[in-house]
Design a protein around this ligand. Structure first.
Ligand SMILES: [Zn+2]
Ligand SMILES: [Zn+2]
Length: 340
């Protein structure tokens, strides 16, 4: 089968490899669509190196169950499934207290486990989430990261009806952050980006105010849009030192700043300013299977519409072109999907 694999930092190729073996608790999934995510770029450029090379990349996938191991009871051959990209141990302190997303033994697709940029994937049946009627495979695939990540973030930020929310980043994840902030009841949603096209896309899905950070200081802009106070809740979906520092300054007294983007570097907080504001800084990490099932249900009933989120489509054989497009930000992609 074809698989987009990383062999060393910066070295990705589409290889012909043998089909994966299926353990007693595993299923074999025929992948129908797989997302290309900024986390994949972080893995490729060495910021998040996999524990061993080579490994098949990709963690956003959906497909159809082709075979099941003899112990599998929760899904059957022919089921359409989205992949929960992690395989939690089920036994550690975190797994047994409803926090499987920070499991001590957590392994993830496209990092410790062979990923979704392939024609087939074998994985624990517990990581399969059935796709409700009416959701195409490509939307189900990107739901597993690009939509469920901001869904988890909205829960972490505890966005409430009537809140003013600031969202840094209007790319493939931030754009869904805007849409979910609306779903969670935010009355004012301030979208911040440096790309006018992405800001326009954010407006289409619910942003009430747009701030182009190339043209104005976003912290000042957010303050002036909130009577000088700052946002009730602010999110950073980019992963840059600059925007993380702006995030912290963007919340009002008692406000909540939520880090989502991965930067891999340190950033500075004016400790007194933040302390005297009585504000909170929270972080998100992954999501639970329940969150993914909820997101798919919201999509199936039309409460979340991500039909315009996929901006580029590539064949699996053209994986390198897809990666190049995301790395170079050609045509400022929202979400890129690979198809077999
Ligand atoms: Zn992702
Ligand atoms: Zn665990």
């Amino acid at each position: 089968m074809l698989a987009g694999r990383i062999h060393a930092t910066g070295k990705v190729s589409v290889d012909n490899i043998s089909l994966p073996s299926v353990g007693p608790g595993d299923v074999l999934v025929k992948i129908q669509a797989s997302g290309v995510c900024h986390s994949d770029v972080h893995i490729i450029n060495g910021m998040l190196p996999p524990p061993k090379y080579p490994v098949t990349l990709g963690h956003e996938g959906a497909g159809v169950i082709e075979r099941t191991g003899q112990e599998v009871t929760n899904v059957k051959v022919g089921d359409r499934v989205a992949l929960y990209y992690m395989s939690p141990c089920g036994q550690c302190l975190y797994c047994t207290t409803g926090r499987e997303h920070i499991c001590d033994q957590l392994v993830s697709l496209g990092l410790e486990l062979e990923g979704t940029w392939a024609e087939y994937l074998a994985m624990s049946a517990h990581s399969m989430v059935k796709i409700p009627e009416g959701i195409p495979y490509d939307q189900a695939a990107i739901a597993g990261c690009a939509v469920v990540t901001p869904f988890h973030a909205m829960n972490v930020g505890q966005v409430k009806p009537g809140d003013t929310v600031a969202v840094y980043g209007a790319g493939g994840v931030g754009i869904h952050g805007v849409q979910l902030a609306k779903l969670f009841g935010a009355s004012k949603i301030i979208s911040v980006d440096i790309n006018a096209r992405k800001l326009e896309a954010a407006k289409q899905v619910g942003a009430t105010d747009l701030v182009n950070a190339k043209q104005e200081d976003p912290v000042e802009a957010i303050k002036s849009l909130t009577d000088g106070r700052g946002a009730d809740v602010a999110f950073e979906f980019i992963g840059l030192k600059l925007t993380q520092e702006q995030l912290v300054k963007s919340v009002r007294k008692g406000g909540v700043a939520v880090m989502v983007g991965i930067s891999g570097i340190k950033f500075e907080i004016d400790a007194n300013d933040f302390l005297f504001k009585g504000a909170q800084l929270r972080t998100t990490q992954n999501h639970t299977r329940d969150h993914l099932a909820r997101v798919l249900n919201l999509m199936s009933t039309g409460r979340i519409d991500i039909s315009k989120s996929i901006s580029q489509k590539y064949k699996l054989a053209d994986t390198l072109k897809a990666v190049e497009s995301l790395e170079n930000q050609k045509e400022s992609p929202l979400r890129i999907v690979l198809y077999p």
